[in-house]
Write a protein that binds this ligand. Structure first.
Ligand SMILES: Nc1ncnc2c1ncn2[C@@H]1O[C@H](COP(=O)(O)OP(=O)(O)OP(=O)(O)O)[C@@H](O)[C@H]1O
Ligand SMILES: [Mg+2]
Length: 362
């Protein structure tokens, strides 16, 4: 029996990445270019399950293939220590013996607990400068990727600050961040970390259905089976371009008749049913639970309209002041659920959310 090649698990790199070529291309091109290229400070922004973690990992991997050293961490209290630890091991073959001995003398926890903020900043900056300088001298750049950024993480401020110095000193470095829309928008409004406002922002919206279709086909074939044309259309269409849904649908349609050579239309239909159920439980139920009643009503009213709604009309439908509706609009945009559509109109931004809301209303 062939093993199921789909991976509906957060953080699992898919067998075939759907879409995202432009973002990957832009960032890699930025690495190829000289220091100062704006792509060298980039932020990936997307709701739960849109593929941030996987895209970070994929870019980091490609950067390594281009000869960069890539350090990959999750934002949080131990982050600066972790960066030193990874530098120590990943760059070992490029660093001088003196630096290696010096680095191994640094106690784990130094940057988390022991030092005061200012001392922490200058010491960490010194250590990193030493590493980056030696790497650059050998023609190697340093990429740092940081997942799940949040305005509450003090060490992110320190990292951004030090990185800003690196940019000024024209060192060969790059910083790639990823976070949920709400967290990123709080960070961009935070004056203590204003450097990041100049970072390139990449919104991870819905993936083109043709790209989804191709990725599903590649994954099925990599798993040693085939898929009927109508089955492929049903599966791809059902995802609405939502990255996590690609893996869920693929996973469930595969397991209907894993011993048969081909995935049929019926398998795809059953797969979509199971996948939607999982998606509701794992993503949408949580999204909606986090909303206020007003926000939920706003979204429900939007769902009933054909897809594009004017905020003014929504205010009328809900019987609230336009001012109030604008505030709700702003909060929902910050959460990555809806987006501006120009001329006071809004549309759904999170793939399949409208379909979920319509189902819930039934
Ligand atoms: N471009 C893609 N093509 C196909 N599958 C993808 C793609 N991007 C992500 N996936 C799949 O979607 C799922 C979610 O991806 P990932 O963990 O990267 O999301 P995330 O945005 O980091 O979510 P969270 O905000 O919860 O951390 C995984 O199963 C992953 O394999
Ligand atoms: Mg993630």
């Amino acid at each position: 029996m062939n093993k199921n090649p789909f991976k509906p698990t957060f953080g699992s790199i898919p067998v075939a990445m759907a879409g995202r070529e432009t973002i990957i291309h832009d960032i890699l091109e930025g690495l190829d270019n000289a220091p100062g290229d704006p792509n060298r400070a980039s932020i990936l922004i997307g709701a739960r399950g849109t593929g941030k973690t996987v895209l970070l990992a994929s870019i980091a991997e490609k950067a390594q293939e281009q000869g960069w050293i890539s350090i990959n961490v999750t934002s949080g209290p131990g982050m600066l220590d972790e960066i030193i630890v990874q530098a120590r091991s990943k760059a070992a073959h490029l660093l001088s013996t003196e630096t290696k001995v010096h680095l191994s003398g640094i106690q784990l926890g130094t940057f988390g607990i022991t030092l005061e903020r200012n001392a922490l900043q200058s010491t960490w900056r010194e250590e990193m400068t030493r590493i980056v300088r030696e790497l650059n001298e050998q023609g190697t750049g340093l990429l740092i990727t940081v997942d799940e950024i949040s305005p509450q993480h003090e060490q992110l401020r320190l990292l951004a600050d030090v990185f800003q110095h690196f940019v000024r000193e024209r060192r060969d470095t790059a910083l790639l961040l990823a976070g949920l829309p709400g967290n990123v928008s709080l960070i961009l409004r935070d004056d203590t970390i204003s450097f990041l406002r100049r970072a390139f922002q990449h919104q991870l919206g819905a993936i083109d259905i043709n790209d989804v279709s191709y990725a599903i086909q590649l994954t099925v074939e990599a798993g040693g089976r085939k898929i009927a044309g109508d089955a492929l259309d049903i599966a791809a269409e059902s995802t609405g371009g939502f990255a996590f849904m690609i893996q869920l649908v693929g996973y469930h349609m595969w397991r209907q008749h894993p011993d048969l050579m081909q995935i049929t239309k019926e398998d795809a239909q059953a797969g979509v049913r199971y996948a939607s159920r999982d998606l509701d439980k794992m993503i949408f139920d949580t999204v909606v639970r986090e909303l206020t009643t007003r926000e939920e009503e706003f979204l429900l009213a939007m769902a009933k309209n054909k897809g594009v709604s004017s905020v003014r009309e929504l205010a009328g439908q809900l019987g609230i002041e336009p001012n109030n509706a604008s505030q709700i609009r702003r909060r929902l945009i910050a959460r990555g659920l809806i987006a501006d559509h120009g001329r006071g109109k809004v549309v759904f931004d999170m793939p399949l959310l409208r379909e979920y809301l319509l189902r819930e209303m039934d």
